[in-house]
Design a protein around this ligand. Structure first.
Ligand code: UGA
Length: 459
């Protein structure tokens, strides 16, 4: 099918590339002219595993082009809207980009179009889209509006798109449902050339769930908010564990063995960040409020998350006594591993607070340095984890990149001023770290003292 994707952010670019990968002819537009020029010249504007290879292959096969919004609107029988919906100061989602696209479609398109909202939007946005398409309709356009929320995690978005657990569509007509089934048919039946797995294992076919548009919109916001709630819940349990002498990793394991709870998203840490959870929880609270529903449960989720950075800094203060003038190594800037995205990353708030207290920050991240640099100009950026730790009074692990689990601790011990690791994600082996003479402090009652110090205490 001829498909258009409006917006080449993480979601739009992954959607365009993967739809082309499964055989469609895709036109993807981007309004940022610098970013568009990059894409047209084969340069990636962001880091996302596998995406560059997929884009390269589908462009070579002639199934993916980049250009303007007007060209995209003219191209596709179905148009996926993947533009940004950033938070407004009051927590509402800013829908001006979506409105702009709707207006453009109504004014420029003719014939039939299936208009699909993939951007994360508040419930009833589909209704507004319908209305605006009708108000500005200039050329006798006939259309359906559908919701097709995405469940793509940054860092594994290509895999999530091609091998999803579920495909949710919100439709109000059989024609729209039929077209979306046709678009996703290769994924529903897991029949396409997989660009990730050379011997693609037989995957479970995803559930294809068709609902009405309002329900699909709520499924998206409710899913993200529920996951955020799980994280804040385990973070509070972690606080309790610290006080009463329990170990949150053991507690989370014990809880997660119950299939009704499940082990995912029970990793405590410095809080959830990124461009989805913080804004989606806020937007969901606002929609509930506007609809007269008191969703104060989610206010608590947000409130707990906002205390995580200060809680972590308190651990640093407790160890360093005086923060001013101390050299602190930061491992990880991205809001999670396998991405270069630092939007709403807890690391950014944490570093800003430490700088304000007079600390000297030396930071390393495998991918996110260029995105962090303009936001944090007073940080010394380093080429690797060891360089960042040179002369450090403390090493903070803020993003759980795989390479930090493979650190040569004996080498690291030769470069630091003081062997102290504070692990904001509980991912390092406390045995490995402490057996190399480091004092290890994690989250939720997880810590280990080096053997040499233990024997001194015992004596
Ligand atoms: C999230 C959802 O997981 C996707 O399903 C959704 O499509 C996406 O938002 C979106 O709305 O576009 P993402 O923000 O990429 O994906 O990242 P997650 O893996 O969900 O992590 C979000 C944050 O929670 C990160 O800061 C992560 O470090 C934190 N987190 C996650 C924890 O602190 N603990 C956990 O156990 C899990």
């Amino acid at each position: 099918m001829k498909l258009s994707v409006i917006g080449a952010g993480y979601v739009g670019l992954t959607t365009a590339a993967c739809l082309a990968q499964i055989g469609h002819d895709v036109f993807c537009s981007e309004s940022d002219t610098e970013k568009l020029a990059k894409l047209q010249h084969g340069v990636m504007p962001l880091f996302e595993p596998h995406l560059e290879d997929v884009i390269h292959a589908v462009r070579k096969a002639g199934r993916l082009c980049f250009g303007s919004t007007e060209e995209a609107i003219a191209w596709g029988d179905a148009i996926f809207i993947c533009v940004g919906t950033p938070p407004l100061p009051n927590g509402d989602a800013d829908l001006s980009a979506i409105e702009g696209v709707a207006r453009s479609i109504a004014k420029n398109a003719s014939g039939y179009r299936l208009v699909i909202e993939k951007s994360t939007v508040p419930v009833q946005t589909g209704g507004q889209l319908q209305k605006h398409l009708s108000v500005h309709n200039k050329n006798g356009l006939s259309y359906d509006v559908a919701s097709n929320p995405e469940f793509l995690r940054e860092g594994s978005s290509v895999e999530d798109f091609l091998h999803p657990d579920r495909i949710v569509i919100g439709v109000d007509s059989p024609r729209a449902e039929g077209l979306l089934r046709q678009i996703y048919e290769p994924i529903i039946n897991q029949r396409f050339t997989c660009p990730i797995h050379s011997d693609c294992p037989k995957r479970k076919e995803p559930v294809f769930l068709a609902t009405n548009t309002n329900s699909a919109e709520i499924i998206k916001h409710a899913s993200n908010s529920f996951l955020a709630m799980k994280i804040s819940f385990i973070n509070m349990v972690a606080n309790l564990c610290e006080v009463v002498g329990a170990d949150v990793t053991e507690v989370a394991k014990g809880m997660g063995l119950d299939p009704r709870i499940g082990p995912a998203f029970l990793n405590p840490g410095i809080g959830f960040g990124g461009f989805c959870f913080p804004k989606d929880v806020q937007a969901f609270i606002r929609i509930a409020e506007k609809s007269g529903c008191d969703f104060s449960l989610l206010r608590e989720v947000e409130k707990i998350n906002q205390t995580r950075v200060e809680h972590f800094i308190e651990k640093i203060r407790k160890e360093l006594w005086v923060v001013r003038g101390k050299k602190i190594a930061v491992w990880g800037l991205a809001f999670k591993p396998n991405t270069d995205d630092v939007r709403f990353a807890p690391s950014i708030a944490l570093i800003k607070a430490l700088l304000a207290e007079g600390a000297l920050i030396r930071a390393y991240d495998p991918e996110a340095i260029e995105k962090a640099r303009p936001i944090l100009p007073d940080v010394t950026y380093c080429a690797d984890a060891y360089q960042a730790a040179e002369g450090a009074d403390a090493v903070l692990l803020l993003t759980e990149w795989e390479e930090f689990r493979k650190i040569d601790w004996s080498r690291l011990a030769t470069v630091v001023e003081r062997p102290l690791i504070i692990d904001g994600r509980n991912v390092l082996s406390r045995e490995d770290v402490s057996s190399n003479g480091f004092h290890y402090i994690g989250i939720g009652g997880v810590s280990a003292t080096p053997q040499v110090v233990q024997s001194l205490i015992a004596a």
